[in-house]
Design a protein around this ligand. Structure first.
Ligand code: BG6
Length: 279
């Protein structure tokens, strides 16, 4: 396939990177995992995404940072142990299906090499559509091509780049969350929402718009097609225990994930879109 004018392919370590450079932004997408690694809008030149300095770019392991695609399940598999956390497409090769230069953005569509894998029965077509301009719009489209209804869980597991987790506020969330670190206990969302410890929370609310404020970096996040927002930071001890994360890395990242954690049904012939917009 012919790439559009603003796109190019560049091998880095063991991975083929798709580079988008247009008038409005610069972005890097790893074709391993269909994984956006970097998004820098040119109007302010601020990197919106965090990528671990220790991330393994070996085309084997999931990449720590950027926007991992969790599909067809989020977290641990619901019934089978031993299956990969967050599903199997983040460790697959994806390819570019089409690419278009538009005045305000570049539009790229990617597909994984297969959507079938152990632990998921559905027959599907999966596409990741990226709209790269002043903002980054990322859509994960799951189409049921089989004859039976299917159910999946998923997340756009975005690692946001922040100035300092100790001076960071997330606005736009309210209600209760389920605390994964306390047996899914239901706890009320703090106001202001700031961070001083390991955080792993499933907020069962669907705000359209959230903002992360940290020093000079203010990032706006819009979500659609989700049933939850997941907020994650591993903090100091867990970071030390993770091979692909530098010890102090947790200070400069916050995951705010547009997620389906409760199970999204898709009827035969229908499709569902999970979307996150970052600006
Ligand atoms: C979050 C989960 O979405 O992802 C956490 O809620 C998990 O429980 C984190 O630790 C990172 O997952 P992984 O598989 O990329 O290490």
């Amino acid at each position: 396939m012919h790439l559009c004018k603003t796109a190019s392919l560049l091998p880095q370590d063991d991975i083929e990177m798709l580079i988008i450079d247009n008038d409005h932004a610069h972005a890097t997408i790893s074709l391993f995992g269909g994984h956006v690694l970097s998004f820098i809008p040119k109007h302010d030149n601020v990197q919106r995404l965090w990528l671990s300095k220790e991330a393994m770019l070996d085309a084997q392991h999931p990449i720590r940072g950027g926007i991992p695609i969790c599909w067809p399940w989020f977290g641990a598999h619901a019934s089978e142990s031993g299956l990969a956390s967050h599903g199997y497409v983040r460790t697959q090769n994806w390819h570019v299906v089409d690419c278009a230069d538009e005045p305000e953005q570049t539009v790229v569509r990617l597909k994984p090499s297969t959507t079938q894998g152990k632990g998921f029965e559905g027959e599907t077509q999966l596409s990741l559509v990226l709209f790269i301009g002043r903002e980054l719009r990322i859509q994960l489209v799951t189409e049921n091509t089989g004859n039976e209804p299917l159910s999946y869980t998923s997340a756009l597991h975005t690692y946001f780049n922040i100035d300092d987790i100790n001076h960071c506020e997330l606005t736009g969330l309210d209600g209760d969350y389920l605390d994964k670190l306390q047996d899914y206990q239901r706890i009320s969302t703090p106001t202001p929402y700031t961070f001083n410890e390991e955080t792993d929370r499933v907020h069962l609310v669907t705000p359209e718009s959230l903002t992360i404020v940290s020093g000079n970096i203010k990032t706006h996040i819009q979500s659609n097609g989700h049933d939850s927002i997941v907020v994650w930071n591993p903090w100091a001890d867990k970071s030390k225990s993770m091979q692909d994360m530098e010890d102090q890395g947790y200070k400069n990242m916050l995951c705010v994930e547009t997620a389906v954690t409760q199970g999204q049904q898709v009827l035969p012939g229908q499709s569902h879109t999970l979307e996150q917009v970052i600006r």
